[in-house]
Design a protein around this ligand. Structure first.
Ligand code: SF4
Length: 405
């Protein structure tokens, strides 16, 4: 029986769509072309009604966020994406190569503000391109960036109790295994599964690490290692709706196999001065809302995040599209990837979430579903992390309310 026929989208969907809705509900033989046609002929309002109702069924009443510090460990990068302002050259006054003691100071300051996540971000393998990055590592007695991240993560965990979550690009299986005992989860955007974005003039022409084959390999490795992963899509960089759907179906397929995709970020491209795409037209709100809605419809109960800071005036509307998370928000550090777009305050986001009829709760950088043993996929939390996680959560697996206040 079609699980969705008893919900409110019966009111909005015509009979001829029942077959595809059945396939959505059962995740059965979904063909991209069929999904694309369905999306194209369904109005955004109707799509939002469907996506909203799926979120309300799987995640009723609560929208989450992660209270974090953003540790910008090294912002040199061997690649060049044409929308990026994060990457810096060593000669740039804003280039950063932190010392472990500086990292620890940030984490300690975050602890005082009751942050629970230490987000460690780096460019893609900077030591392969820049002598300065290699020298920085050697001076600290490390050969590779991942060795340094592993030690820094251990030190953050032991000295502050903040939970590390690293986003260092497309890591190998061996590198991920070095982070598993200290990182509760890892982050790596797929961006999109379409190789056309690597073409000459495309946003990833000079970013071989954004080759979807490379990214998919990393996602598979994380699955094999049972590491919860946050991934996501960047919307409006030259992809088609078909590509978006293809990417979501791929993420779903990986998650079906390994059960490790804890969250998918749907991020809108925002043109930035000084980049190759500064004059590129950003996605329309209608297209972006459709992308969020289709993500919710296809990904079912995978947590769905849209960063609020990239759309400061309209982010409340993303709740209507079916999201259940606002991502990491820091009371201390800026969003170094999008410094042009400051995060709203936690007070503001609490207000907006409440206005939409939801309660804002702080979560850890590992979602509740991954904390306890999963019947189908097994255990995602190594013993080394259990105590640190349990210290921070209540029975719901979210951050204790008295701690998050
Ligand atoms: S988006 Fe990431 S991979 Fe691309 S240039 Fe920026 S830091 Fe490097």
């Amino acid at each position: 029986m079609n699980k969705y026929t008893d919900s409110n989208y019966q009111q909005v969907i015509q009979d001829q769509n029942q077959e595809i809705l059945y396939k959505f509900s059962e995740n059965k033989n979904l063909e991209n072309l069929e999904v694309t046609k369905f999306i194209e002929k369904t109005s955004t309002i109707d799509l939002l009604k469907i996506s909203n109702s799926i979120r309300n069924k799987n995640n009723p009443g609560i929208i989450t966020y992660s209270r974090k510090v953003f540790i910008n460990l090294i912002n040199l990068c061997k690649d060049s994406c044409s929308y990026c302002t994060y990457k810096k050259e060593p000669t740039d006054i804003n280039s950063v190569m932190l010392k472990p003691s500086q990292v620890l100071s940030i984490a300690e300051a975050g602890k005082k503000l009751r942050c629970t996540e230490a987000l460690i971000v780096t460019g893609e393998r900077p030591e392969l391109k820049y002598r300065e990055a290699k020298e920085w590592l050697n001076k600290l007695n490390y050969k590779t960036l991942v060795e340094l991240i592993a030690d820094i993560s251990e030190s953050i965990l032991q000295k502050t109790g903040l939970l590390p979550h690293t986003n260092a690009g497309s890591l190998t299986k061996k590198e991920m295994s070095m982070l598993k005992s200290t990182n509760v989860s890892l982050g790596m955007m797929l961006e999109n599964s379409s190789e056309s974005l690597l073409n000459v003039g495309g946003p990833h022409e000079k970013a071989p690490s954004k080759n979807p084959k490379v990214r998919i390999k990393s996602l598979i490795s994380a699955g094999e290692l049972k590491i919860p992963v946050t991934t996501g899509l960047l919307i409006g960089i030259g992809e088609s709706l078909f590509d978006v759907i293809d990417s979501l179906l791929l993420i779903n397929e990986l998650n079906e196999k390994y059960g490790h995709i804890q969250e998918v970020i749907i991020q809108n491209f925002a043109p930035k001065d000084g980049t190759g795409m500064e004059n590129y037209i950003p996605p329309t709100n209608d297209y972006f809302l459709k992308c969020i809605a289709i993500a919710r419809i296809l990904l079912k109960n995978i947590n769905l995040q849209v960063p609020p800071n990239l759309s400061p005036k309209i982010y409340a509307g993303y709740i209507d599209a079916g999201i259940n998370d606002w991502g990491g928000i820091s009371p201390l550090t800026p969003d170094y990837v999008n410094p042009e777009y400051p995060w709203p305050t936690i007070k503001d986001i609490t207000k907006v979430t409440k206005m939409k009829g939801f309660t804002l709760r702080a979560r850890l950088p590992i979602y509740p579903q991954f904390i306890n043993n999963c019947v189908k996929y097994g255990n995602f939390v190594p013993n080394s992390l259990k105590k640190f996680i349990e210290d921070l959560i209540d029975n719901s697996g979210l951050v204790k309310e008295e701690y998050a206040k």
